[in-house]
Design a binder for this molecule. Sequence first.
Ligand SMILES: Nc1ncnc2c1ncn2[C@@H]1O[C@H](COP(=O)(O)OP(=O)(O)O)[C@@H](O)[C@H]1O
Ligand SMILES: [Mg+2]
Length: 239
Amino acid sequence: LIATEIKPFTLFVGSAKGGVGKSTVTLGLAKAMQRRGVSVGVIDADIHGPSLLTLANFEGRHVFSASKKIVPLIHEGIQYISIGAIVPQYEAIAWRGVMAQRAVLQFLKDVDFNAIDVILIDLPPGTSDIHFAVCQQTDPKAAILVSTPDQVGVNDTVRFYNFLKRMSIDVCGIIYNMTHMSCPSCRHTIYLHDTHHSFPLNEVKILHQLPWSKDLSSHFDHIIQELSHHDYLSKFLIS
Ligand SMILES: Nc1ncnc2c1ncn2[C@@H]1O[C@H](COP(=O)(O)OP(=O)(O)O)[C@@H](O)[C@H]1O
Ligand SMILES: [Mg+2]
């Protein structure tokens, strides 16, 4: 019997900008996929600002397996790998690009993920060595854009989109984050930006507009429903 290895599908979550909700979206998507029975691994590729474990609300340290591979941390059925679980908390990770890139390459190659269908990669802001590394070293793959609906956020995200196009990476769509909130007393919708600046390129599908909220889980279920129409992801996301 020959065991055929099915490669997990890699989904990047990115934007060129910090603070727009990339990590929040990565985590929300991971949990929503897990609720649908998909086996998910999450790579925190934000080497200089690892925040995934904090957002996921758990702690842990990585250990190495007998085969010298990094053992992911498992929390609520999701497998995680983060530099935050290797270096001491609050330590400044003042690594040059090559070092950070090497760490991410190790996350891609030397992690003992257990039977995963999808790898979500939480990317750092910018278009750095790390982005090149993940783009070149993963297959099959696609990306999701995250942006706040303001001019600065959208401009950076367009730059990131152009980078992905140059790397021939399929973009599933854009998620606008923190666009509105519901008034706690009267439930009236409050828009948090004067104008909703949209992506100037209409080839990018709008997947969702996430409100400012503590509980976004139903929104992520909705996004997963949208993603289930994607050629590759449909294999894993059948309801
Ligand atoms: N839709 C949202 N509602 C409420 N808080 C949010 C939302 N999206 C992000 N946040 C918060 O905003 C901060 C930045 O989000 P984060 O996901 O860390 O951004 P990034 O990874 O792009 O730097 C975090 O404290 C996060 O909890
Ligand atoms: Mg982040």
